[in-house]
Design a protein around this ligand. Structure first.
Ligand code: ACO
Length: 329
């Protein structure tokens, strides 16, 4: 099938207002601003308020995206929410969002691909459009990671933040521009390196689970780091190859924002100079599935993302999962 099949018609973002700095962590945990900045590049992150959830943050982000796309919620044929921190185990956060939006003509479902979720969502949305499932699909990356992170564990607490970013994916090309390639892949053998072991049906929530704090995220940081660098490199190569473009043609790279050292290594591998790489990890930390759409919205608002640019999106996350896309913006 001839590409572009679809394009990104509008972006929106919800950034919680509460800023938590490294100094705030250093006041109650054995850590320091210097350690966190040197190892991760993170200076601060946002924490959602108690009343904010993935669905409410996604709802708040969606208004701007629909306006930019020139459509209403009733025009959406599907809502895909990528999240590792759903509002509830049942039903999907996408259905909760659908009700809040009044998107009565849509099918709504979640996908679980951790930090790669937004790329997976774009890939699925393009496929749905290609097979005739409507003209406009809302892809959400939303996370309330502070709710699934042990705030007393210095090795994970300092990394993660909350927020949501959304994209309207619409049928056809816009002035010849649109999605040029997608790539996604997983390796479930590595599941235990980044996991929430308790609280699912394999080990349902119980006093034991809570006492062991196994309903919170566990991560083998160094192993995750090594794989992230390798898999992000493969993802860059594949999206660029499938799009039939050259690395030097990429105008803007928007990688998953986990760690500045992973971002630097990925850009170096892809041969994209750092001035063409979007970085928000210093301000928002790692917001998992939300990080790429939040960074894209940031790039657009600050004038770094303009129509006609060749944009490379690349992600890696728990599963492990990884993926990428090249878009003529
Ligand atoms: N402050 C101070 N010291 C700390 C902290 C902290 N916040 N956290 C850990 N340490 C200590 C450890 O206890 C360890 O001490 P020890 O040597 O006495 O045992 C020491 O620092 C080194 O720990 P490492 O985990 O080996 O440190 P590393 O250099 O690997 O950095 C980090 C840790 C930042 C987590 C790094 O491994 C990393 O970024 N990994 C990738 C994580 C990631 O990107 N995850 C997300 C990808 S998937 C997704 O986004 C969900």
């Amino acid at each position: 099938m001839q590409r572009p099949i679809a394009h990104i018609a509008g972006l929106g973002v919800c950034i919680p207002t509460r800023v938590v700095t490294n100094h705030d962590f250093a006041e109650r945990l054995e850590t320091s601003d210097q350690w966190i900045v040197e190892r991760t590049g993170i200076k601060e992150r946002r924490f959602a308020a108690a009343h904010e959830t993935v669905s409410t943050m996604a709802r708040d982000a969606t208004a701007a995206a629909l306006a930019r796309a020139g459509i209403t919620a009733k025009d959406l044929s599907a809502i895909i929410v990528a999240t590792a921190s759903p509002d509830r185990p049942l039903p999907s956060t996408a259905c909760l969002l659908q009700a809040q939006l009044g998107a009565e003509n849509a099918a709504a479902f979640d996908i679980a691909a951790a930090c790669s979720g937004f790329i997976y969502g774009i890939t699925i949305a393009e496929g749905l459009i290609a097979t005739g499932h409507g003209d406009h699909i809302l892809v959400v990356g939303g996370e309330k990671l502070t709710a699934i992170t042990d705030q007393n564990d210095r090795s994970t607490a300092i990394l993660f933040g909350d927020g949501a970013g959304v994209a309207v994916v619409s049928k056809g090309a816009r002035d010849g521009r649109g999605i040029l390639s997608t790539f996604f892949k997983s390796d479930g053998r590595l599941a235990d390196l980044l996991t929430i072991p308790g609280g699912g049906t394999a080990d349902p929530i119980s006093e034991k689970v809570v006492a062991e704090r196994s309903h919170f995220m566990r991560m083998a940081g160094r192993e995750v780091f090594k794989h992230a660098v390798l898999e992000m490199a493969e993802a860059c190569d594949e999206a660029i190859r499938r799009a039939g473009v050259k690395p030097e043609e990429i105008d803007l790279m928007v990688p998953h924002q986990a760690n500045i050292r992973i971002i630097d290594a990925t850009a170096k591998h892809a041969n994209v100079p750092l001035e063409k790489v979007m970085v928000t990890v210093d301000r928002y930390g790692n917001t998992s599935a939300a990080s790429i759409p939040m960074a894209l919205a940031d790039a657009e608002a600050s004038g770094r993302l303009k129509p006609g640019m060749l944009v490379l999106l690349v992600a890696f996350g728990a599963g492990f999962t990884w993926g990428s896309t090249v878009v003529r913006w």
